[in-house]
Design a binder for this molecule. Structure first.
Ligand code: ATP
Ligand code: MG
Length: 418
């Protein structure tokens, strides 16, 4: 007993010593980051590169506000990570500063419609907008008309110009159809002493097609598109960001260039490029190395891809899990290709074991095609002469994710064993 007790105490001691060492080492390790905060998505860079034209358009559309004229409404679109939010925030902050210096009644209300519980209903949206201008109303309980009336009267009491920025406006229309937007666009009819200008921002290219023509024409009096960044532009953005966030000289030659090349053109996404660089830095730090190398960047790319795959698989419905499970077991560990017929047979068996009603082979084929489109599998159609055609399927999952995907789908199907 005494002996065991001593062993146990010794175990803790060793553990504690190891931990203490670990933290000591962590403290003394020179950080490769000088300001990691600068790699966070919400960080405001000092200057915005390659967006002069867009900044100029947004600024000149809004400028009349300073002379008490109502600007046209503005609609901004462009793919994700192209600097839309950054530019609008920057220009509206500036105009607000100038207005303050000249004692002009200019108010900016920024609402991200994608935030949960912000724009789920017309009511919630107006309550949120009211909160932004300093009036609290309960989040439920009043008749919707009354909340609208409170909003109109609060805005009117401002006796000034209000810019209402509706970021990720597509989610607003998805959640509330276009009635709310229609009402907002007609708000000036209810106002005597104030004027409201609306800036809508969206990253869904077909967004305006979703709108009623009346809404569409009054929303997009002026339009501006944010193109994707090419690799050279991303490189400039990355260089600027890296200089703010990494210690001098820790990024090896070629790393920023590769990062920019990976996310230029077809993605053109500055957010992803910055995230990739940050992840590479974190991996370098975890490996206790002093220089961020191309290998760290490659590992970061794999890790981001794996996370995206797992996030996608997690939210799939059960029938998709059953199909994916059939593909996983059919292709096996050796990643050999299989025909759809075999997958369908396995799928039926899995449905039986998991007590789910099987879909038709055609429907399962559609699911397989969906997987192909998002890149979980690769498939090719093979002609079998007079026996028709079949599809040959191969897994395209990042190898590091296979066992986790396996676990997620079997858990989703409540299967214990593969
Ligand atoms: N031209 C630029 N210069 C410096 N940083 C930039 C530039 N463009 C984008 N960024 C940075 O990239 C990230 C994404 O930009 P932003 O949030 O403005 O994209 P977005 O177009 O609004 O994307 P989404 O449609 O997904 O909302 C931010 O961290 C931003 O600071
Ligand atoms: Mg945005």
């Amino acid at each position: 007993m005494e002996h065991r007790k001593r062993g146990w105490v010794k175990g803790i001691f060793v553990e504690e010593k190891k931990l203490a060492n670990f933290f000591e080492q962590f403290l003394t390790q020179k950080s490769i980051f000088s300001n990691k905060q600068a790699l966070q998505p919400e960080y405001q860079p000092e200057s915005i590169q390659h967006r002069d034209k867009q900044i100029e358009i947004v600024a000149s559309v809004l400028a009349p506000i300073l002379k008490s004229h109502k600007p046209n409404n503005l609609f901004i679109n462009g793919h994700t990570g192209t600097g839309k939010t950054l530019v609008v925030r920057r220009v509206t902050n500036h105009i607000k500063q100038v207005a303050e210096q000249h004692n002009l009644p200019v108010f900016i209300v920024y609402i991200n419609c994608n935030l949960k519980r912000t724009a789920d209903t017309e009511y919630r949206f107006i309550a949120q907008a009211l909160k932004e201008i300093g009036r609290i109303v309960p989040y439920t309980g009043l008749p919707t008309d009354e909340v609208y009336n409170i909003f109109y009267s609060e805005v009117d009491q401002k006796k000034g110009q209000l810019v209402l920025v509706l970021d990720e406006i597509d989610t607003l229309v998805e959640k509330t159809d276009d009635q709310l937007l229609y009402n907002l666009l007609r708000i000036n009819e209810h106002l005597k002493d104030s004027k409201v200008t609306i800036i809508g921002i969206s990253n869904v290219p077909s967004f305006t097609d979703m709108l009623d023509p009346r809404v569409k024409s009054s929303l997009s009096m002026e339009k501006v598109t944010f193109p994707r960044y090419d690799a050279a532009q991303l490189l400039d953005i990355l260089k600027q960001r890296a200089a703010k966030s990494f210690a001098e000289g820790v990024i090896e030659q070629g790393v920023l260039e590769k990062c920019a090349a990976l996310l230029g053109q077809e993605h053109g996404d500055a957010r992803k490029a910055i995230m990739l660089l940050r992840t590479a830095g974190e991996i370098c730090e975890r490996e206790k190395q002093q220089k961020v190398s191309i290998q760290h960047l490659d590992k970061a790319e794999d890790s981001i891809e794996s996370t995206a795959v797992l996030d996608f698989v997690k939210v799939q419905p059960q029938q998709h899990h059953a199909t994916l499970y059939a593909i996983l077991t059919a292709c096996g560990q050796r990643q050999q290709s299989v025909f759809t017929g075999e997958i369908y047979e396995r799928y039926q068996e899995i449905c039986k074991n998991a007590s789910i009603r099987p879909l038709t082979q055609r429907r399962v084929s559609d699911i397989i095609q969906e997987f192909d489109m998002v890149g979980l599998i690769q498939s090719k159609v093979i002609s079998k002469g007079r026996y028709g055609r079949t599809r040959e399927i191969e897994l395209a999952l990042p190898p590091a994710t296979i066992s986790q995907v396996h676990d997620i789908v079997s858990e989703g199907l409540s299967l214990k064993h593969g």
